[in-house]
Design a protein around this ligand. Sequence first.
Ligand SMILES: *Cc1c(COP(=O)(O)O)cnc(C)c1O
Ligand code: SF4
Length: 372
Amino acid sequence: MPEKKESLLETIPVFPGRNDETPWRLQIEQSITTPQVLSSFLGKDLSALETTVQTYPLRITPYYLSLIIKHGAPLYRQAVPDERELACLDHSDDPLGEEPSSPVPHLIHRYPDRVVLLLTNACATYCRHCMRKRMIGGAGSGRPLHPPAPFPMEKAIQYIHDHPAVDDIILSGGDPFMLGTEALKEILTRLSKISHVETLRIHTRIPATLPHRITRNLVATLKTVKPLFINIQFNHPLEITQAAREACDKLADAGIPLGSQTVLLKGVNDDAATLKRLFKTLLSARVRPYYLHHPDPVKGTAHFRPSVKKGLDIMQQLRGNISGMCIPHYMIDLPGGGGKIPLSPGYVLEKNESCLVVRNYQGDRFLYPDGQ
Ligand SMILES: *Cc1c(COP(=O)(O)O)cnc(C)c1O
Ligand code: SF4
């Protein structure tokens, strides 16, 4: 058994220092990208994962690895590769039909008024459950370990110029915060200058996996653009560390509204107690729970998918028992590009012309007089 090695973790500052661009770049440079190195940190032989990471690359920041070592299973499962990724051939790489909904490279246009821009295929830590597993870290390129890079955005930005109905731009990827601050600033500024663009959103997991990235310099840049919302993927309460809270504080103090997007993951957070704790902790960090996503049927991720019944049971246990401020919408995304729809446990038992028969969160039945 390889000897457990933690010295690297100790050498990397967890809190941003004075020159606050250095810690996050160091975290990226020192990320764990091979099963061999991961084995030495986790003190077990992971060499059987070599073939898995040839298809679906591995990257874990020293920061997130330190959380895995401290807390085990719920974080381990999200970031450490699993042989089941290659054994699962049930699903398609792109069940939501993102590629067919892509009129120009790196832009997905599914709804009338909003588009998703994919800025890069890089992330600080690659989530094993990722719905864009087909491309993340260079997967599918035939050179999975090539260094990920920002994507060219010219055609996508031109497309937005040419489509006045599009007023909400979602920056995603990969993780938009993997770009350097200057590169991100350039894109945000160009989008802000398009007169019909009203709002911008950034979808990121970096406050959970690399909170050091939220530097003063980055926050100052984010304040200069059109109304910006940031939705953060947090999947477990143990991801909301002191460092993650400080990252959220910096963004919230800058007046940026924060939301969360959580993926319901088997063996990670698929129980009501964990999600209650997660959503309450998020609210206390000024992050408003936005969506709880049922995991999409993506090839290589079947071992993460609970049943929808389980999701609905959990939602039922949340409603009424915790503040409505911290209950997200539970969403499924329809295969073939049908879009997202919310699912809710049924509260309406019967309905006739004059009234509804409903049940409350405790299961008691009530008659509710209907309007005209
Ligand atoms: C999820 C998603 C959006 C955003 O949906 P909202 O419900 O507005 O958050 C936009 N475009 C695509 C392709 C999406 O998958
Ligand atoms: S951060 Fe987002 S895009 Fe990157 S691997 Fe995780 S889920 Fe996928």
